[in-house]
Design a protein around this ligand. Structure first.
Ligand SMILES: [Zn+2]
Length: 463
C-alpha cells in the first residue's frame, strides 16, 4: 500500500520510479506482505509475514519487522489472510471428470484426453489451490504427454507426477488402455520397465493379492531397482498383508468395505513397519482418500453444489452436457450404493491407521463420479479436521510437506522456505480455525506466476 501510494506521488512529480517499478514487477519480483504464514513445516505460524519472490523462487521469508520490502518489488497484500504452501493432492484422476459412467466415459473421450479432458482437470485443480498432484492410473502416453506439457509451462496445472496405467493381475474388460495385466514375474519386470522407460514418476499397483507372490514381488523389486516407489491399493486385508510382504511404499484408500475395523494382525504388521521407519530411512505412507464417501451422501441429499460451474472450466459444451446428464439423479448411482454403509466404519479405521504410525497424506480420488477437481481437495482436508479430529496443522502438512517428501522434492517445493519454488496460496481468514475456508482460495501462485488473485482468475496467466 505504502509503496504504491509513494509511487503515485512520485509519478505525479514526474520522477522515474514508476517505470522502474513496473519493469521490476515484470521481471517477477514480488512481495507477499502482511498475512499469517503457515510454512508447511508444522511450527507456529509466522504473523505479519513477508515473503519475497524473485522469478519462480522464494528469495527470503521474514516479518514486517524483520524484512523490509526492497524497492522494485510488486507488493501483494496478504493482510487478513492465511498464507500457506500450494496444496498437494496425492491421488487424482485427470482422465475422468465426475461423469457417473466409466464404461461410457472411457471409449467416448479416449481421443479427447490429451487436448481437452486432462488439461481441464489440471486447470481446475490449480485454480483450487492445488499446485502439485499425483495422477494414479491413466493411459501411459496420455499421462506422460499431459504431465510434460504442464511441467514445461505449456499448459496451466499443478506440477504433475504420474503413474501411467494401473498394474494388476488382469485388466477389467474394456479398460486395457489404462489397466495392464501381469502374467508371471518376467512380465511384471517387463511392464515395469516399459513404464519406467516412458518416464513415469511412480508405480500404481492394485489387486496385488490376486497375483502370485513371485509376480507381485518381482514388480515391486523391479520398480525399486528403477528408482520408482510403489503405491498400492488396500481394499482388503489380504491386499495389505501382501503389500507389506512385498514392501510397497504407500497404501491408498481406507478399505475393507463395511467391516468395522482392521484386523489385529494387520495393525500389528503396520506398527512393525512404522517402527522401522528410522532404520529404513522411510516411513510407511498412507493416502486414506476418505472424503469420497461423504461426498456421495452429501450430494445425494443436497445436490446444489453440483451446479457450481467451476467443474465446467476447460470442458467443451457437449462434454459438460454429458456429465450433467449422467449425474442428474445422484440417488440412482449404483456405483455408490454401498457407500452409506461404509461411511460409519471409516472413523475407526482412520484412527487405527493413524495410531499404527503410518504417515498420512491428502489424496482424494478426484475425478470419480460426482467428485470434481475444483472441489475435491479441500473436502478431504475438511473431513480430516472436522470429522476425523486431525489437527489442522497436521492436516496441512499432509497436503504440503509430506507429499513433497514422498516424491523426493522436499528441498525444492512443498514448504514456504527461502530457495524453494514459489508455490504459495492465500485465503482470507484463519484456516487453522476454519479449514474449509480453503474451498475458495483468494490467491494461487505457482512458480512465481499468479493464477488467481483477490479471488479472481488471472486469465492472462492461463494463455
Ligand atoms: Zn483412484
Amino acid at each position: 500500500m505504502k509503496l504504491s501510494r509513494l509511487c503515485i506521488v512520485l509519478c505525479v512529480l514526474g520522477l522515474l520510479l514508476c517505470s522502474s517499478f513496473s519493469l521490476a514487477a515484470a521481471e517477477g519480483k514480488r512481495a507477499l506482505v502482511g498475512g499469517t504464514l503457515i510454512d508447511g513445516l508444522g511450527s507456529n505460524p509466522i504473523k505479519n509475514s513477508v515473503i519475497l519472490v524473485d522469478g519462480d523462487k522464494i528469495e527470503r521469508v521474514g516479518t514486517v519487522d524483520t524484512l523490509a520490502v526492497p524497492a522494485g518489488y510488486e507488493v501483494i497484500s496478504t493482510e487478513g489472510m492465511s498464507v500457506l504452501p500450494g496444496l498437494w493432492d496425492m491421488h487424482v484422476h485427470l482422465d475422468i471428470n465426475g461423469h457417473a459412467n466409466y464404461s461410457h466415459w472411457h471409449p467416448t473421450y479416449k481421443d479427447r484426453m490429451v487436448d481437452e479432458i486432462m488439461p481441464a482437470s489440471a486447470l481446475q485443480l490449480l485454480l483450487a489451490g492445488v499446485t502439485s498432484a499425483r495422477d494414479l492410473g491413466a493411459p501411459l502416453e496420455d499421462a506422460i504427454i499431459v504431465r510434460d506439457r504442464v511441467n514445461s509451462g505449456e499448459l496451466p496445472g499443478p506440477r504433475l507426477f504420474v503413474s501411467g496405467p494401473f498394474l494388476q493381475k488382469k485388466p477389467y474388460p474394456g479398460t486395457e488402455d489404462y489397466r495392464w495385466g501381469i502374467d508371471g514375474p518376467a512380465d511384471a519386470r517387463k511392464k515395469v520397465n516399459i513404464i519406467a522407460d516412458a518416464g513415469v514418476d511412480v508405480v500404481k499397483l492394485i489387486d496385488q493379492d490376486q497375483m502370485t507372490l513371485e509376480e507381485s514381488q518381482a514388480l515391486v523389486d523391479q520398480a525399486h531397482k528403477r528408482g520408482l516407489k510403489v503405491v498400492a491399493h488396500s481394499h482388503t486385508a489380504a491386499e495389505i498383508r501382501r503389500g507389506l510382504e512385498i514392501d510397497v511404499d504407500n497404501f491408498e484408500h481406507t478399505g475393507l468395505a463395511t467391516a468395522p475395523e482392521y484386523p489385529a494382525d494387520v495393525i500389528l504388521a503396520l506398527q512393525e513397519r512404522a517402527g522401522s521407519a528410522v532404520v529404513r530411512g522411510s516411513p510407511l505412507y498412507w493416502t486414506p482418500t476418505v472424503e469420497g464417501l461423504w461426498n456421495f451422501v452429501d450430494l445425494r441429499d443436497n445436490p446444489e453444489s453440483l451446479d457450481n460451474n467451476c467443474w465446467q472450466r476447460g470442458l467443451k459444451p457437449d462434454t459438460i452436457a454429458d456429465i450433467k446428464a449422467s449425474i442428474a439423479h445422484p440417488d440412482q448411482l449404483l456405483y455408490f450404493q454401498l457407500t452409506p454403509k461404509r461411511k460409519p466404519t471409516l472413523k475407526r479405521k482412520f484412527q487405527q491407521l493413524r495410531e499404527a504410525g503410518v504417515v498420512m497424506m491428502v489424496g482424494t480420488d478426484s475425478g470419480i463420479p460426482l467428485k470434481f477437481h475444483c472441489q475435491s481437495t479441500w473436502h478431504e482436508l475438511d473431513v480430516w479436521v472436522n470429522v476425523m479430529g486431525v489437527p489442522a496443522m497436521e492436516t496441512i502438512q499432509a497436503a504440503t510437506y509430506w507429499p513433497s517428501k514422498f516424491m523426493g522434492v522436499e528441498e525444492q517445493w512443498g514448504t514456504v522456505v527461502a530457495g524453494r519454488y514459489a508455490d504459495i496460496i492465500a485465503v482470507k481468514g484463519d484456516v487453522l480455525k476454519y479449514i474449509n475456508l480453503l474451498q475458495d482460495v483468494d490467491m494461487v501462485m505457482k512458480g512465481g506466476t499468479v493464477y488467481k488473485q483477490d479471488g479472481r482468475v488471472i486469465e492472462s496467466a492461463l494463455q
